[in-house]
Design a protein around this ligand. Structure first.
Ligand code: ZN
Ligand code: ZN
Length: 264
């Protein structure tokens, strides 16, 4: 059984923002455009498929004023992944743009950190500023999944399979985890919201949605250690990902292969 995986980044959403909105304490004079893209990821070997994060649904795009590029299930289908047949879904964290669409995966086991479930069901959610990027509906669905025996909790570091490991970093949310994947080019780290943009990690400057700045900054160090090189770190929301990595299939815009070498 191979422990070498292919990784697909599937672009499903977009949001226009100004640069200063992407950095904690950002300088409003830095007012150039710096949009965010939204992705889910598929981690695929001969015998296993893991889906990392589940995106947001069309009604959520409307509610939150985000642009839906393609429904998540269509993006997955385009690379031959049937959500109804997926056994394992990793949730990097529970924000609305990472934990929507859960009913698309009726038989999956969901992998999440203890600290994230505690965070989204505990007293921190009494504070509007902390709960703003979460949806009670997604949290309730996950509680039902727990009662249905469909959640596998993780604490810190876990080996999901040879070649796929989870690492709690926190910072952006209490239980944010990054995923490290063995590929033909070495260990790739899917940072999700531990680094929205290449610029966040390159400048060691957090995105403004943060629960613990210390942990957020330490996460940058952890990610660098886990990845084979800085070119093996994939941020969660950067449009440059689509420019740097080759298309998974000719003619299929917005789906790229992260196990391939990036362009410089
Ligand atoms: Zn987030
Ligand atoms: Zn996000």
């Amino acid at each position: 059984m191979s422990d070498i995986y292919e990784i697909y980044a599937i672009h499903y959403g977009h949001h226009d923002r100004k640069a200063h909105e992407n950095f904690l304490g950002g300088d409003p004079h830095e007012d150039g455009d710096m949009p965010l893209d939204y992705f889910v990821w598929a981690i695929v070997s001969e015998s296993r498929t893991f889906v990392l994060d589940t995106g947001f649904a069309p009604d959520m795009a409307q509610k939150r004023g985000r642009q839906l590029i393609r429904p998540v299930h269509e993006g997955l289908a385009a690379i031959g992944v049937d959500p109804a047949a997926v056994d394992d879904v990793i949730l990097s964290h529970m924000h609305y743009d990472h934990a929507g669409n859960l009913p698309l995966f009726p038989t999956a086991r969901f992998h999440i950190q203890d600290a994230e479930m505690e965070y989204v069901t505990g007293r921190c959610m009494c504070h509007g500023v902390l709960r703003g990027a979460f949806e009670a509906e997604h949290v309730a669905q996950m509680v039902h999944n727990v009662f249905d025996g469909r959640v596998q909790f993780h604490e810190g570091v876990s080996v999901l399979a040879p070649g796929v490991t989870l690492h709690k970093v926190g910072g952006h949310t209490k239980g944010l985890q990054v995923t490290r994947v063995k590929t033909r080019r070495g260990w790739v780290v899917l940072a999700s919201d531990a680094a929205h943009l290449y610029a966040n990690i390159e400048r060691n400057h957090p995105f403004p949605v943060v629960v613990d700045v210390d942990d957020y900054l330490e996460a940058f160090t952890t990610i660098r250690k886990l990845a084979s090189s800085e070119a093996h770190v994939v941020p969660g929301h950067d449009p440059l990902v689509l420019a740097r990595y080759p298309l998974a299939k000719a003619g299929l815009a917005g789906v790229v292969r992260l196990d391939a070498e990036p362009k410089a």
